[in-house]
Design a protein around this ligand. Sequence first.
Ligand code: DLL
Length: 433
Amino acid sequence: MILDIGFETMPREDLEAIILRRLKATIDRVYANVPFYRKRFEENHITPNDIQSLDDLKRIPFTTKEDLRDNYPFGMFAVPMENVVRIHASSGTTGKPTVVGYTARDINTWAELMARALAAGGATRGDIIHNAYGYGLFTGGLGIHYGAEKLGASVIPVSGGNTKRQVVIMTDFGPTILTATPSYALHLSEVAEEVGVSFEDLKFKFGIFGAEPWSEKMREEIERKLNLTAVDIYGLSEVMGPGVAIECHEGQKGLHIFEDHFIPEIIDPGTGEVLPYGETGELVFTTIAKEAFPVIRYRTRDITSLNPEPCICGRTHIRMNRVTGRTDDMLIIRGVNVFPSQIESVLMEMDEVEPYYQLIVDRKDNLDTLTVLLEVGERLFSDEVRHLQDRERKISKNIKDYLGVSAKVKLVEPKVIARSQGKAVRVIDNRKI
Ligand code: DLL
């Protein structure tokens, strides 16, 4: 369902006029209210007046996570603290969290966008939403929550964890939409199976999964095991939270970016050059309707590409393809650049593997080592050890052939790899410690 026909199906020309108007207003506000941006503009001899077309955006320098860190915690806010009604933060792997703020109007805008996103993902007023994203500083839980209420659906604020209780709630309350990280959704299905509950008997129609990278193969697995249609939702705290982009359930092919609020660009992460549609690079966002925490050309470090083709759902907003990894996830193993997602696609090509894996990187005698732990079905384990070893060698050879890196593959029994209640931990890099 399209909740906001006006914006979502608007002819590009009209949409772009609105985007430009909002962009200019945002530039004026950050220039006036955020010393960081004013300084950046001045250093580059730009004034807000220089931004007269969408193309002029390219003249403004990028904003990075380091810039946010340098202005920790509230230095990038564009309104006085008394106008900030909510604070969220995302925990990085190192150092201090990234802190973001919202005015009352921002909270309302976010709820509206999330309502539009949930509708695109298949939800309607009549639905019961089982919201297993974590509530707290993480934007997932509360972001989905307010959107669900705005849509008029019934939301169960179950949050992450206490998985057995979640299964009881899913059985008794009859939720029709599941919102969770894809890895936690799979974990829910495992626990349900353990306690003898079948998703066939539950009422779920759609699942809205995101907050971490997942693959098409994982989508198939989730749809089969949870007996629902799975769509991908994307967002990040710095830009708003969940609801920056979502797949429509009709297409399930790329995520529509809410362009009436966010301008996307794809850049070459090395040179910063803006890349044409279809090319893969780092996603950059400019927010054009936020009050407390606007960001200009923020480098997300997420790797994807943009697709301007019209979609069967009728939305005119551009689509981003699945995020395949992050520029900072890139592992350099004995000089070879590898992304966890590339290894995942090699692993998932094999039969009888479960979508649980972990990459362990270490350094022995000054040499990097990569060990891949991969869960396989019970049946393989009852097989002869020889078969298991053959399998391990074959996967190892495939990784070497496709990615040029040597890896020791270790097949492990189901449920050996720790399950997370939020974002899955795919890489353990012991070299940094
Ligand atoms: O993860 C917001 C969110 C909550 C999105 C719930 C979707 C659902 P952060 O904690 O700030 O915000 O993490 C943002 O997570 O830059 C991506 O690297 C990753 N990410 C988010 N959604 C996806 C997705 C939330 N659908 C970071 N696919 C982003 C791949 C995703 N990666």
